[in-house]
Design a protein around this ligand. Structure first.
Ligand code: UDP
Length: 374
């Protein structure tokens, strides 16, 4: 009987953990084929740990690299250095990375230096704008240059990879594993004190906002715009899990704090966030991952950015890009609050991001890679 393949997964952020967890779970269910080795860089310590707890994942290596206010160069070089030791110690047969974080780039580069094959989960997303989102666009493009297997969530991301001359045999259209994650989290009997205090006939707007390029003036404009939407619609309640960035926290408190029907809460655990999303009427966000998750829950999304690497949602009609200026945000929010036909059109558009079976496809492709005598 052949030895199981030692597959090292390396991630460091909350979305990275949410997207890798279904793959680790799928590999654990096949112990004769796979020996998963979990490495976390803890790029986002607190936000990462709650996801690990929920999925009962205990890292084999925890680099705990995060320092407040370090530069991107410091962060990436420190991770590269630590990953060298981890790879030497564990000697994996393959390394899986996910998404577009600094961890993704550092881990794929470390794998390349050790001549270990790399599989990129969520490969092929592009804006083709070097600085938007920053540094994620370059993290994912550089990662794809050194990867061997590409797990593209959609046909559009596959086509981006083909246009960059990656070989079709190495690209697998799998769906996004964040859709798989919802299968573990969303529950019909879910309760939470914040949700329990909201009258049943009120509609919940769920907001998340934290991207680097939105800090400062864009965030201020958005908060003002959303505050107006809540004030002029008496059956609307806003829930905003505030990201633990001190600048974001201060502005949220200043512009949205202590107001009727506005609930500022701590960042929610993944179980809570997914269930809050499932109970909401409309989601406003600058997050990438939430654009993929919301259509599974049949929730329209207003994207607080002027571009997206997830164009599939725009094409399918599940999300709308509204930028960060009040006029467009308010026009779209008012329409979706008042025009039931428009609302239904968005809420019921088909989900282009997957069917919840991405992890199984990825694990099969990894097994086939070894079966084909690599
Ligand atoms: N999320 C969460 N708690 C929150 C807000 C978001 O668990 O309070 C989850 C959300 O479901 C999604 C991911 O975190 O899976 C999105 O993370 P983020 O916005 O940090 O990153 P991005 O998706 O833009 O990479």
């Amino acid at each position: 009987m052949a030895e199981p393949h030692k597959i090292m997964t390396i991630f460091g952020t909350r979305p990275g953990a949410i997207k890798m967890a279904p793959i680790i779970t799928a590999m654990r269910a096949l112990p004769e084929q796979f020996e998963p080795v979990v490495v976390v860089t803890a790029q986002h310590r607190r936000l990462l740990d709650q996801v690990l707890n929920f999925f009962a994942i205990e890292p084999d290596f925890d680099l705990n690299t995060m320092q407040p206010r370090e530069s991107l160069s410091e962060r990436t070089s420190k991770m590269l250095h630590h990953l060298d030791n981890v790879i030497n110690a564990a000697q994996p047969d393959m390394i899986l990375v996910v998404g577009d974080a600094s961890t993704t780039l550092a881990a794929s580069l470390a794998a390349f230096y050790h001549k270990i094959p790399v599989g990129h989960v969520e490969a092929g997303l592009r804006t083709y704008d070097k600085y938007a989102p920053f540094p994620e666009e370059m993290n994912r493009r550089l990662t794809d240059v050194v990867s061997d297997l590409y797990f593209a969530p959609t046909k559009m991301s596959r086509d981006n990879l083909l246009a960059e001359h990656h070989s079709i045999e190495n690209i697998f259209v799998t769906g996004n594993t964040s859709v798989d994650a919802l299968g573990y989290t969303v529950r019909a009997d879910y309760h939470h004190p914040v949700l329990d205090q909201i009258p049943k006939n009120h509609r919940i707007l769920l907001l998340t906002m934290q991207r680097r390029e939105n800090l400062g003036a864009p965030m201020r404009r958005v908060f003002h715009a959303i505050r107006d939407v809540v004030e002029t619609n008496p059956d609307v309640e806003l829930i905003y899990p505030v990201h633990p960035n001190p600048d974001v926290e201060a502005m949220a408190k200043d512009l949205l704090g202590k107001r009727d029907r506005i609930h500022l809460v701590e960042p929610l655990d993944v179980l809570d966030f997914h269930n809050f999303a499932a109970r909401s009427y409309l989601i406003l966000t600058d997050s990438g991952g939430i654009q993929e998750e919301a259509p599974t829950l049949n929730k329209p999304v207003l994207v607080l950015r002027s571009e997206t690497e997830r164009q599939e949602g725009v094409t399918a009609g599940t999300v709308r890009l509204v930028g960060t200026y009040p006029e467009e945000i308010q026009r779209a929010a008012f329409e979706l609050l008042n025009d039931n036909r428009e609302y239904k059109k968005m809420a019921q558009a088909p989900n282009p991001f997957g069917d919840g079976r991405a992890a199984a496809r990825i694990v099969t492709a990894v097994q086939n890679y070894f079966d084909n005598e690599h």
